[in-house]
Write a protein that binds this ligand. Structure first.
Ligand SMILES: *Cc1c(COP(=O)(O)O)cnc(C)c1O
Length: 420
């Protein structure tokens, strides 16, 4: 305990927050868009930038949530606190449809329902030690990096914009946006497939390489599968547990945000196999499931009954058809974006199994230069690749989350820049 009578009373802050990069990506986009709108009040902007869904919630989910509200209004149907891990009827559906039916050995007990995988992927650090060597891809979903900075797992920001102490695995067109295995030994590896921002996917063999690495190095993979429902090819794995041995080395994060449009409704889940082990300071092996169960029971009070009923409806026959409809709709948008940009002579990646198209900026433009160019010439807002990391410089992300009308309008405008 720190106790010092001599010092004046002060509230100490978590100084790690001061290491965070000041100009965060989305505020900077908002700043530039606002400046543009102020100068061009007539401009009809189309936003293909932030990764939020645009289509309404599936009917089955809405019906289930309405019934749940009415149930809560009755003597018999009222419910207070639910289980911190989530209701078993939802966890059973997930275990059956997302795992057993794909040949994965995951039980309902190993599934923890939450209010989002953004929170889960950062909260997981609560149960992990502070001495782990951590690998992230570059470009990367910024939450993985920033949550480690906040937890004090890194040094400061280097001149290249990378944090000291993290192992960055560079992605580029040359390696097909598939991360190389770390050169130095690491203990924690963040992987996201289908990938945000590049749209890349990993085959069974590629994931097996990671599982082998993790098992032979006693490492833990944090696998983010938020976009698994966008996979169009039967042979691409949806879950890391489709790989033999993953139950000994991987935690998986899933979310209903992107497949069923729950970004505002909030529901996700994390899978912690009971076979996962971590090591204490004196070398003892401890199971991670118990630690996470303890963490959730102490710091979390569950997702609302109404929302969990809505999520369970995703697994009904109608629900599955409606979610498929949403995914197909966004994937048609992605295909329109891919085709149009290719016809413009741009180099495009992703967009085949993910709602993101990742493009090489033309003529060696920097990411922010292309952002301003696209905003000025086409009134289209995208996301600069450099915002996702040093190696994202020279790339740009366009999202398929928008109406068909807006996507077609945006593509027409971009095409007209390149046809002249
Ligand atoms: C959108 C997204 C999620 C989902 O986050 P929620 O908190 O569940 O809405 C998770 N990971 C990545 C990489 C994402 O882009």
């Amino acid at each position: 305990m720190h106790f010092n009578n001599a010092s004046p009373l002060v509230v100490q802050i978590n100084g790690n927050y001061l290491k965070l990069k000041a100009g965060y990506l989305f505020p900077e986009i908002a700043r530039r868009v606002k400046a543009f709108k102020d100068a061009n009040p007539e401009a009809d902007l189309i936003r293909l930038g932030i990764g939020d869904v645009t289509e309404p919630l599936p009917r089955s989910c809405r019906d289930a949530m309405k019934s749940a509200i009415d149930e809560l209004g009755t003597e018999d149907g009222f419910r207070g606190y639910g289980p911190e891990q989530g209701y078993v009827w939802l966890r059973d559906q997930i275990a059956e449809f997302d795992f057993k039916q794909r040949g994965c050995d995951v039980s309902a007990e190993e599934i923890f329902i939450s209010d989002g995988s953004k929170c889960d992927s950062s909260n997981i650090l609560d149960i992990l030690g502070s001495g782990n060597r951590i690998a992230v891809t570059d470009p990367v979903y910024p939450v993985y990096v920033d949550s480690n900075v906040m937890a004090g797992h890194t040094g400061g920001l280097s001149n290249s914009g990378q944090y000291v102490g993290l192992s960055y695995l560079p992605l580029s067109a040359t390696n097909g946006f598939k991360a190389p295995l770390p050169k130095d030994q690491v203990d924690l590896i963040y992987l996201c497939f289908p990938n945000n921002p590049t749209g890349a996917v990993a085959s069974k063999q590629e994931l097996a390489r990671w599982v082998d690495y993790a098992k032979s190095n006693d490492a833990l993979i944090l696998f983010d599968a938020a976009y698994e429902s966008f996979i169009q090819d039967e042979d691409i794995p949806h879950s890391i547990y489709e790989i033999d041995g993953a139950r000994e080395c991987a935690i998986e994060f899933r979310s209903f945000s992107k497949n069923a449009g729950f970004t505002g409704t909030r529901c996700a889940f994390t899978v912690l196999p009971k076979t996962l082990r971590g090591t204490t300071d004196n070398g003892e092996k401890i199971d991670l499931w118990s630690l996470w169960n303890r963490r959730q029971s102490t710091k979390f009070n569950g997702v609302s009954y109404i929302v969990q009923r809505g999520a369970a409806a995703i697994y009904s026959q109608e629900g599955r058809a409606q979610v498929k409809g949403l995914v197909n709709f966004y994937m048609e948008n992605a295909s329109i974006i891919r085709n149009n940009l290719s016809e413009c002579g741009l180099e495009v990646y992703g967009g085949e199994h993910a709602p993101y198209v990742w493009l090489k900026t033309p003529e060696g433009m920097e990411s922010w230069e292309f952002f301003d160019f696209l905003l000025g010439k086409a009134n289209v807002v995208g996301t600069p690749g450099s915002g996702f990391g040093f190696a994202g410089e020279g790339y740009f992300r366009l999202s398929a989350f928008n109406s068909r009308l807006n996507v077609e309008k945006a593509m027409k405008r971009i095409s007209s820049i390149y046809s002249t």
